[in-house]
Design a protein around this ligand. Structure first.
Ligand code: PLP
Length: 385
């Protein structure tokens, strides 16, 4: 039920989600798995056992093979993405190999902001653009990557499966096609997929890495995981005691890791994609009378996100007004001084400054149903008057 959090309508599931039921009851059981998984006594072994159980579960759930992939647990997708790209950049720097890294202009900040460090390590960085539907030109991108790989230079691509702001989905079939035609190393940012698209667990083994973040699907903050193909050579971002086969040092957060499994199991039980789509569409139909739905004509959008440009309004005023009326929603990012900046994603999709300052993102719970949607739409309509 959307309004269960402090009796507010929490419509910001792309930012973060409440803990899953089974996570809460596991925590309430008081079994906090405090042992150090590297310890050889029983308490340590218990923590290790729960981690191993989670590893097995994740390989099964995502149908990837531990023969070809490693799982790296980390503090969330920002670290996962940094680990992958900086890790490759550093490994290649050590081997005196120059590479080109490809990002889209609408990737998450944790990818975009790697540019400076990658250049410092001697690599090239290329940003490819998207159109107003949040879509990119596949043939163009393939051509640009081929120019790099055809001279023997490695190409590494970040592929955002579901955009966190617009909800636009890029198909993994296309990513596999890019891989086959160019030989690029491809990392998939899969953070916004669980509970937000159908078949999130179908991950082609041809692609090189996938990153997820626990707090986006009912697990805890600061725990995430990446699948990384064993053939990818990267220097670990965090070195130390050699935990996780040296891929990411530091004592593992057994409790947080086990909660990934619990939250995913709940999601599998509760996710009703048809119901979610119908509920979201109901709210979207109402909102489209008030503003422009971003990515309305995209090839595919996810099931839980509506990003709306309210042309005559300012998103700061609107979010404040909605906040007072009990709605938690999100707008373009505010910098630390509190000054509202244009929404980078919208600007890079070709919208104007003014449009980018008047957008609000509504992102719904995976278990939103039609009845709740009707209530939300009615209250939202009043609040937006
Ligand atoms: N990638 C995408 C698409 C995201 O939406 C986010 C978080 O909003 C991240 C990466 C970073 O995730 P985390 O909060 O786990 O660092």
């Amino acid at each position: 039920m959307e309004k269960s959090i402090s009796s507010r309508y929490y419509l910001d599931y792309n930012a973060t989600s409440p803990l899953a039921k089974s996570v809460k009851s596991f925590l309430a059981s008081g079994d906090f798995l405090f042992g150090n998984p590297a310890s050889i006594h029983t308490t340590g072994k218990t923590a290790k056992k729960y981690i191993n159980e989670t590893v097995d579960f994740l390989f099964n759930h995502f149908k990837l093979s531990p023969v070809h992939f490693s799982i790296v647990f980390h503090s969330g997708a920002t670290e996962g993405i940094n680990t992958f790209f900086k890790g490759i950049a550093l490994a290649q720097f050590k081997n005196k190999v120059k590479s080109t890294f490809f990002f889209s202009t609408v990737d998450h900040a944790s990818a975009i902001n790697l540019e400076e460090d990658l250049r410092v390590l001697g690599h090239d960085v290329y940003f490819f653009s998207v159109d107003k539907n949040g879509d990119f030109n596949r043939e163009n991108l393939i051509e640009v990557i081929k120019k790099v790989t055809s001279i023997g230079m490695p190409a590494i691509l970040n592929y955002t499966y579901v955009n966190n702001e617009s909800g636009v989905v890029w198909s993994l079939e296309d990513a596999v096609k890019i891989k086959k035609e160019t030989g690029a190393i491809i990392h998939v940012d899969a953070v916004q997929t669980i509970g937000k698209i159908n078949n999130w667990s179908l991950l082609p083994s041809e692609l090189d890495a996938y990153t997820f973040s626990g707090h986006k699907f009912g697990a805890m903050k600061s725990v995430g995981f990446s699948f990384i193909n064993k053939s990818v050579k990267f220097s670990p971002l965090i070195v130390g005691g050699g935990q996780q086969a040296g891929l990411r040092a530091g004592t593992e957060n057994a409790l947080g890791i086990y909660c990934l499994k619990l939250a995913l199991l709940d999601m599998v039980d509760e996710f009703k994609p048809d119901e979610l789509l119908s509920a979201k569409t109901f709210i979207e139909d109402m909102l489209s009378t008030k503003g422009e739905i971003v990515g309305k004509n995209a090839k595919q959008r996810n099931l839980n996100t509506i990003f709306v440009i309210f042309n005559q309004s300012n998103s700061s005023d609107l979010t404040t007004r909605l906040d007072i009326q009990g709605f938690d929603v999100s707008k373009g990012s505010a910098c630390s001084s509190g000054i509202v900046k244009e929404n980078r994603i919208l600007l890079n999709m070709g919208f104007s400054n003014k449009e980018s300052l008047s957008a609000i993102r509504f992102s719904f719970s995976p278990s939103l149903n039609r009845e709740e949607a009707q209530k939300i739409a009615t209250c939202l309509q009043k609040a937006l008057k």
